[in-house]
Write a protein that binds this ligand. Structure first.
Ligand code: GLU
Length: 464
């Protein structure tokens, strides 16, 4: 059977590392197996879902190269792909459960349920429904309904059985059905519970493998019980470990989680993010930079880890550096052009990129070098001031006098060396400090060429 995975986000906000990694793992596994990847929008929470977030998440997935084979924009016969457009399908399945007596109305109030939960907690018992409304007579049900009492619909969990499944990441899992109890599948306002619609959709959309966050692990036995009751196919489930911050707490905005939009605006390359996330909770044999095909080829369910995956910004930036390294000069220019447009013209673009590309991670870093190389004023760091103060004035006078229009740095420094006897650091540092205001930076021959005769002469003359 062809493998089909899916990403099923709830569009209630911008997507962050956690959701993106889930999408990526599902995409990679599908591609590894020459299968399909499906996108389903779980917008049942009408108040919190918005079209804006749906568009944002589709744009983010496209940007990351996580194109879906099925879903909005790529419809197949198994749609629609938004849960809000599938209500009649859910109703049909609900009726099936009702017809076979596997669902019953529950009239217990929120307050009643709360008291029952507290009593169970005091007795150290798992919180589950007491079963109070499980055996109401038809007449009683009719009477309560006629009184206009609110009611939910509960799924009648099979009694005394053990629900087991082989989790693709965590191995064999088993849950006594009696610990779970009868759970709500339709709320009193008529909306369906997540367990129900999510499971039905996976079955109807022929999803074969569900990789999702560990936070859904305890939902799975409920979903399996529902699918069994409806006689629907049950996918394989794999629950991937959560992403945590350096302190071991769930990754939050505070601890460094960024939306894809924020990462895109900052200038991260999609492949840097994919290379990093594909290794967060998953192990590759290769620690080299991989393209999407390489990432898919090396993706193995057996290499998914159970321990929480620790997010580190420095690791993400490591992949950013490698992604930049893999990018052609032309593409790098497109990537940073907008950030440096006040200083670097189109004709200097290619040379500017080749000079500074090893000294940047983001377009904003390129701005710093654009100013150094093309602005009339120069900021000088404290370290550079120190170097300049330690260099005698004669040096700069000589440096000005030996300047030639060809801007060939090697022959220029050779002439200075011959004249002053300085070499190595003693020769290069004062020149770097004088010309760039920094003690580190791009290779000097390129800097020298880009600065050009007039600017070099100006900066040296000031110090002479
Ligand atoms: N809409 C659910 C979520 O975003 C989907 C969970 C799942 O993948 O089954 O958490």
């Amino acid at each position: 059977m062809m493998v089909k995975t899916r990403f099923a986000p709830s569009p209630t906000g911008l997507i962050h590392f956690g959701n993106v990694r889930t999408a990526l793992f599902n995409w990679l596994f599908a591609k590894h197996e020459q299968g399909n990847f499906l996108l389903r929008i779980e917008d049942t929470d009408a108040e919190r879902s918005s079209d804006e977030y749906i568009h944002a998440l589709m744009r983010d997935l496209e940007w990351l190269g996580l194109e879906w084979d099925e879903g909005e924009k790529h419809p197949k016969a198994l749609g629609p792909y938004r849960q809000s457009h599938r209500t009649s399908l859910y109703e049909t399945h609900l009726h099936r459960l009702e017809d076979t007596g596997q669902v019953y109305p529950c009239f217990c109030s929120v307050a009643e349920l709360e008291i029952s939960r507290k009593l169970q907690a005091q007795a150290s018992k798992p919180p589950r429904y007491s079963g109070k409304c499980a055996n109401l007579s038809v007449a009683e049900i009719e009477r309560k309904k006629a009184e206009g009492r609110d009611y939910t619909l509960r799924f009648r969990m099979p009694r005394g059985s053990l629900l087991t499944f082989n989790d693709l990441v965590r191995g064999l899992q088993s849950y006594p059905s009696d610990d779970i109890g009868d759970f709500i599948i339709r709320r009193s306002d008529g909306t369906f519970a997540f367990f129900f619609v999510n499971a039905i959709d996976d079955a109807l959309m022929e999803v074969t493998h569900v990789l999702r966050g560990e936070d859904h692990l305890t939902n799975t036995p409920r979903q399996i019980a529902l699918l069994q009751a409806m006689g629907m196919p049950i996918p394989e489930y794999g629950h991937i470990s959560l992403i945590v911050d350096s302190k071991g707490s769930p990754l939050s905005k505070r601890s460094g989680s960024m939306s894809m939009e924020a990462l895109r605006n900052k200038g991260y390359f999609p492949l840097a993010i994919n290379n990093y996330l594909a290794r967060l909770g998953h192990h590759y044999v290769s620690d080299g930079f991989l393209d999407m095909q390489g990432l898919a080829e090396g993706f193995m369910l057996a290499n998914l880890g159970r321990a929480p995956a620790r997010y580190e910004r420095s690791q993400l930036d490591h992949w950013q550096a490698l992604a930049l390294h893999e990018t052609s000069d032309g593409k790098v220019w497109e990537w940073l052009r907008e950030s440096v447009k006040d200083w670097v013209g189109e004709k200097d673009g290619a040379e500017f990129v080749s000079v500074i590309r090893h000294n940047i991670l983001f377009p904003e870093d390129a701005r710093v070098w654009a100013r150094v190389l093309f602005a009339d004023t120069l900021d000088i760091t404290d370290d550079a001031v120190k170097v300049l103060n330690e260099t005698d004035r004669d040096f700069f006078g000589i440096a000005v006098s030996l300047l030639e229009h060809n801007m060939d740095f090697l022959s220029y420094t050779q002439r200075i060396k011959n004249e002053t006897g300085r070499s190595g650091k003693g020769l290069f540092m004062p020149l770097r400090a004088a010309l760039t205001g920094n003690i580190h930076g791009p290779e000097m021959p390129g800097v020298f060429r880009l600065l050009g005769f007039d600017r070099v002469r100006g900066r040296l003359t000031r110090l002479a």
